[in-house]
Design a protein. Structure first.
Length: 407
């Protein structure tokens, strides 16, 4: 089978959330099929690094875009029903490449990751198509409006409304739709779209993210995440102002490591607080995680799977998260991780682990076991294989019905 795979961020190297899922899908499909990858790069450096995808696909095509031009495209949509997200990820060059490939080659399946690039093939009708929404992005923008001042709040509301309508239109133009978690899938089905749909989870590379024999520091906690992402910025700003003082009252020597690329000035200034280190970009996050007593994920805005939580659990490092973030992980609060909502709840949950090595060991063992059983890539890809089969069967059945009607 020959598969055309389209995604919004070039899926190599797979070191951030938007790249990890598509890379693993490509790698899996390529074991049995020929996969042609089409995607975007934000810079020459990203395009060069993306060449590492070559061993995992039959061929790949990358369109480099200029963020300044993409931002202008996005702003130009404000008075229109077009989504800013779709225009931000639109490239005339990539559109031409995809049209050429479809004209010159035969494809048995089109797989699109992220609704923001689904417009490239929304009108293709002679090839089975799967749209992997991943997360329902419209709901993220609608969440943002509650956390932003006017007029940004209006802008996020407007984009959320446009995306919600666009997601429905796109779902109807595909043969099958998928999401990352059951909650995101229920959001999709709740829109009333009748397109067949299902979900398959994100996984984690349990060999790359594994426990080590290195001792941990009982006074260190860690946060992992890109710091140019607003939900992460909000989480750490509020954690440092509301939770950290409560923790330091009980453990004056407590240290917080904020590990993630591109921290803005607001986040870099957190490094001036006692015990707080802001690392910026690091080659690998594993050394920071395994040295910590636990990691925190106090996100107030969280859609889909939090890969940072899965990776920490896979390394045998307990996680304390918000309830909304925990909803994106197939784990049971109290059994495999701890959840909190208020500053006092965060303090108590974190100290429960830091003050009790036996409790830390229990959560470490249970968390890794849960990741292995419910978030391994092999199991996730088995679900995907069944989804592909259902899509192909549905497409064939629909074509048969249409031929009967035509005759």
């Amino acid at each position: 089978m020959r598969v055309l795979f389209i995604c919004h961020r070039f899926p190599f190297p797979p070191k951030r959330g938007g790249k990890i899922r598509p890379f693993n899908v490509i790698r899996h499909l390529a074991r049995m099929h020929e996969v042609v990858v089409c995607s975007l790069a934000r810079s020459h450096e990203e395009a060069e690094a993306g060449a590492g995808i070559a061993p995992y696909c039959a061929e790949y095509h990358v369109a480099q875009v200029d963020d300044r031009i993409q931002t202008l495209r996005m702003v130009a949509t404000l008075p229109t029903p077009l989504t800013a997200s779709g225009q931000f990820f639109h490239s005339p060059k990539l559109a031409r490449t995809i049209r050429r490939l479809l004209a010159e080659q035969h494809f048995d399946l089109i797989f699109v990751h992220c609704s923001s690039v689904a417009h490239y093939v929304k009108n293709v009708a002679d090839v089975p198509k799967i749209l992997d929404f991943g997360d329902m992005d419209s709901q993220k923008w609608l969440d943002y409006r509650h956390h932003k001042p006017w007029p940004l709040s209006w802008g996020y509301w407007w984009e959320g409304c446009r995306m919600e309508a666009e997601e429905k239109r796109l779902a109807r133009s595909f043969d099958f739709c998928t999401a990352t978690t059951r909650a995101e899938w229920e959001t999709l089905t709740g829109t009333g779209v009748e397109t067949p749909s299902d979900w398959f989870p994100n996984g984690v590379d349990a060999s790359a993210f594994a426990p080590t024999a290195e001792p941990y520091d009982p006074d260190t906690i860690c946060f992992i995440g890109r710091m140019d992402y607003y939900p992460n910025q909000q989480a750490m700003s509020e954690f440092c102002s509301q939770v950290l003082p409560l923790l330091r009252e009980r453990r004056p020597g407590l240290k917080l490591m904020i590990v993630g690329a591109n921290p803005p000035t607001l986040i870099r200034r957190l490094g001036e607080l006692p015990g707080v280190t802001v690392t910026g970009s690091v080659p690998e996050v594993q050394p920071y995680v395994v040295r910590a007593a636990l990691t925190v994920a106090p996100l107030r805005i969280a859609r889909g799977t939090q890969n940072k939580m899965l990776e920490s659990m896979a390394m045998g490092v307990p996680v304390v998260s918000s309830r909304v973030a925990a909803g994106g992980v197939d784990a049971v609060p109290g059994d495999h991780l701890l959840v909190a909502s208020t500053p006092l709840e965060y303090r108590d949950a974190i100290l429960r682990i830091m003050d009790n090595p036996a409790e830390r060991a229990r959560l470490a063992e249970a968390g890794r076991a849960r990741v292995l059983s419910h978030h391994g890539w092999p199991a996730a890809m088995q679900r995907l294989d069944r989804i592909v089969e259902r899509c192909m069967d549905a497409f064939a059945s629909n074509n048969h019905v249409e031929r009967q009607i035509a005759s």
